[in-house]
Design a protein around this ligand. Structure first.
Ligand SMILES: Nc1ncnc2c1ncn2[C@@H]1O[C@H](COP(=O)(O)OP(=O)(O)OP(=O)(O)O)[C@@H](O)[C@H]1O
Ligand SMILES: [Mg+2]
Length: 359
């Protein structure tokens, strides 16, 4: 079993799309309408806005819900392997192809195939996907039998595809095939009080998972509302997790927030803003020099799990900050590249992380 397959099977049931802002209300309505159809959908939104969540809801709210939902990260697998990943291969199609293997299109059957990070797909594969969208059929690599592609296609990207087309990186004809129903997810900073609702939801989930709880002290909600959230909901979740780890059982104050969130919310103990070139070091120092020690709960803790949570959270943040370039993330963490790759595997972090060096 490949890591990717395992990832699909571990997925939890239908997730909640939280938010009362007008943008979220409209999005929910659009998902309901589009879910009922078989049209190809292109989801666009900044990183961490909930593209995958929306893709899952499009499936969960559709008549295909009892059929498979298969996700493929188009940036995660090297180009030459991607073709067999998507279309499968016949026995002996290439060295190492010892048995027939079904690809993602076939596995999705008449369910939903989610082509995530579609802009990362190689040019040659773009042509092949275009053909499937046009003709609704494909062959396994090395095969001659034509197989029907019955899955509903949902694609997503955080990139501006218009710009990618101008740069010659994305085929315009494929764009039009995918762009049948476009869904644009608003960035978190445009969702007003949803920011606080999502923060509270994240805190409740962290508490339920046994990590502990924190209260958001005076000025913190205002600082969260004023911040631009370039990493959107994912960044918010990561911050809440970090705050719970660092301040379990306590109250978070404005000065406990990352420096970039404190602009406009001055407090006496503000840490200096990082210089451009020492961002990573500053971040590290900020954590190490955390004035508030983590509190040992009366009932005790599982220290190993606790430290693993911290490690995992910092690795995720480093990967996010470096766009998943392992070498850069490793440098940010003061780790050797191989050590970081081991840890990424250990924690089952996004698998594209372990293979995106070449990007
Ligand atoms: N409206 C929402 N309500 C609740 N949870 C949300 C919402 N939007 C996003 N999330 C959560 O935020 C996290 C990031 O969402 P998701 O992975 O769907 O984003 P994405 O746009 O695919 O991100 P990326 O560009 O990094 O791949 C997930 O844990 C998801 O469940
Ligand atoms: Mg995603």
């Amino acid at each position: 079993m490949t890591g990717t397959t395992a990832k699909i099977e571990e997925r939890e049931a239908e997730p909640d799309l939280l938010g009362d802002s007008p943008g979220m209300g409209a999005l929910r309505g659009l998902i309901r309408r589009v879910a009922a159809t078989d049209s190809t959908v292109l989801i666009q939104g900044e990183s961490g806005t909930g593209k995958e969540l929306v893709a899952r809801l499009l499936h969960a709210w559709s008549p295909r819900a009892f059929r498979p939902f298969i996700a493929v990260n188009c940036g995660a697998i090297p180009g030459e392997l991607m073709e067999s990943e998507l279309f499968g291969h016949e026995r002996g199609a290439f060295t190492g192809a010892q048995a027939v293997r079904k690809g993602r299109f076939e596995l999705a059957g008449r369910g939903t195939l989610f082509l995530d990070e579609i802009a990362e797909m190689s040019q040659s594969l773009q042509v092949k996907i275009l053909r499937v969208l046009q003709e609704r059929c494909f062959e396994r690599v090395g095969g001659t039998d034509t197989i029907q592609a019955g899955a509903r296609i949902v694609a997503a990207t955080h990139r501006d595809l218009d710009q990618q087309i101008q740069l010659g990186r994305f085929r315009e004809d494929l764009y039009y095939r995918l762009h049948v129903v476009p869904i644009q997810i608003p960035p978190l900073r445009e969702r007003g009080n949803d920011i606080l609702m999502l923060a509270e939801h994240a805190l409740r989930r962290l508490e339920a998972s046994g990590l502990g709880w924190v209260r958001l002290g005076e000025g913190v909600p205002q600082a969260l509302l004023a911040y631009a959230w370039p990493g959107n909901v994912r960044e918010l979740q990561n911050l809440m997790e970090r705050l719970v780890i660092m301040h379990a059982g306590g109250t978070v104050t404005v000065r406990d927030l990352p420096g970039k969130m404190q602009a406009g919310f001055p407090e006496p103990m503000l840490l200096p803003e990082p210089a451009d070139d020492d961002d990573g070091l500053h971040h590290l120092m900020q954590i190490i020099a955390e004035p508030q020690e983590p509190v040992l709960p009366a009932q005790g803790i599982d220290l190993r799990m606790y430290l693993e949570r911290i490690e995992r959270s910092l690795i995720e943040q480093a990967l996010f900050a470096t766009h998943h370039v392992i070498a850069h993330a490793a440098a940010k963490l003061g780790l050797r590249r191989t050590t970081l790759v081991e840890k990424i595997r250990k924690y089952g972090l996004r698998e594209d992380a372990a293979t995106s060096d070449a990007r």
